[in-house]
Design a protein around this ligand. Structure first.
Ligand SMILES: C[S@@+](CC[C@H](N)C(=O)[O-])C[C@H]1O[C@@H](n2cnc3c(N)ncnc32)[C@H](O)[C@@H]1O
Length: 220
């Protein structure tokens, strides 16, 4: 069970969803266009269906919708995050390009082989049923499709700036981040990946974050 998960209790989840929305619109705002550009240039997938796993307020979905022709599905299990994302997507006029979906990642309402691309930032640390989530991601991923799942802040400079600003708030952000991305948490993720997907994934780690690239072979 992951430590420090505010998304399990409805009241805590409501506060976490509102706090996330506030920070996504201020301090974290510059990271989403940067990560969206990195996803676009790395995968080159600009049409078809893209699922944003644990989308929260929807900023990464919005960033990627703006620079591609993808149809985005912003999936989040929290009804509070779902409501916030729905409003944010409407506010920027992207309702026809991004569909908010209220669902747990471990049981998504998509048919097999649906998604050309699956993205996720900052959510995996909170997934209770990691093996269930990876099995479900693999089921929904199109053969030949790709994933960009993990966590990060775009560039080392942005990360440094955000951590410095968060330190001023003195609310334990750095400790929580270190714990969430620490060796124990990473082992839990890697064990679940090995158990469910064996060699069908690759993981990278750098000072901009860590990302999991899952591949599903096309049938011969
Ligand atoms: C820290 S927020 C990140 C939001 C967004 N990806 C971002 O970077 O701005 C984590 C989100 O993951 C969602 N989440 C956690 N576990 C989930 C699960 N099993 N299924 C769907 N969403 C989940 C939470 O509800 C929350 O909105």
């Amino acid at each position: 069970m992951p430590v420090d998960n505010p998304y399990l209790d409805d009241e805590e989840d409501k506060k976490a969803a509102m706090d996330m929305d506030a920070i996504v619109k201020t301090l974290f705002a510059p990271i989403y266009p940067v990560i969206a550009e990195q996803i676009k240039s790395m995968h080159g997938i600009v049409t078809g269906n893209c699922i944003d796993l644990g989308a929260g307020p929807g900023a990464l979905s919005i960033g990627l919708a703006r620079i591609t022709d993808l149809h985005l599905y912003a999936v989040d299990k929290s009804s509070h995050s779902f409501d916030i994302a729905t409003k944010n997507i409407k506010d920027v006029g992207l309702e026809d390009r991004i569909t908010p979906v209220k669902s747990d990642i471990a049981a998504m309402p998509f048919e097999d082989d649906f998604a050309d691309l699956m993205i996720s930032r900052g959510s995996i640390f909170f997934w209770q049923d990691l093996a269930g989530a990876f099995n479900e991601i693999y089921r929904v991923l199109k053969p030949g499709g790709e994933t960009h799942i993990g966590g990060g802040f775009g560039t080392p400079e942005l990360k440094k700036f955000i951590f410095a600003e968060m330190a001023k708030k003195n609310d334990g952000f750095e400790d929580r981040s270190k714990k969430r991305g620490g060796p124990k948490a990473m082992k839990r993720i890697k064990d679940a990946l090995d158990e469910t997907l064996g060699g069908k994934y690759r993981m990278t780690q750098s000072d901009t974050g860590f990302w999991i690239f899952i591949t599903k072979e096309k049938a011969l």
